[in-house]
Design a protein around this ligand. Structure first.
Ligand SMILES: [Zn+2]
Length: 150
């Protein structure tokens, strides 16, 4: 996996590019090298690369044509990104992004629940889970319905 620092299309901060079974991550030049944002982008795109490999290279097609696959892919990638940043409060704005920006038929509430479930599961596995437990994400009981109504 190679990471390149390049100019990307407007609005994009990072992307995974693949060629046969070789992949690389492009990160926008406005993101400082090795910053926490950089690491979070690498975490997100590395997850997509993992998905690419376990799908035997079918990932781009499944991603394009299946909403449920695309949804699951982004939930997993954003979970990695949020865990990398160590900022559980991002679950809410990220759930909105997933629901609004990927052409999916999900509500932010649904995305919030699913993203939260993945992060809770992943943090048990990921070494830096202490940060999350300290911030209380394991014990979050906030009802998203309630949150979105207010
Ligand atoms: Zn993604």
């Amino acid at each position: 996996m190679k990471v390149r620092h390049v100019n990307l299309k407007k609005g994009r901060l990072g992307e995974l590019r693949t060629f046969l079974f070789w992949g690389w991550i492009n990160i926008h030049t406005r993101v400082e090298r090795d910053s926490s944002e950089w690491k979070a982008i690498v975490a997100h795109e590395s997850k997509h690369w993992e998905q690419y490999k376990i799908s035997y290279g079918l990932h781009p097609f499944l991603y394009k044509f299946s909403k449920s696959y695309r949804y699951q892919s982004e939930l997993e990638a954003y979970a990695e990104e949020i865990v990398s940043l160590g900022k559980p409060l991002l679950v809410l704005p990220v759930a909105r992004i997933i629901a609004d920006d990927y052409g999916l038929d999900v509500t932010p509430q649904q995305a919030w629940r699913d993203l939260h479930a993945i992060i809770s599961r992943e943090t048990k596995r990921i070494e830096n889970n202490r940060k999350f437990e300290d911030l209380g994400i394991e014990g979050v009981t906030m009802d998203p319905e309630y949150y979105y109504k207010n």
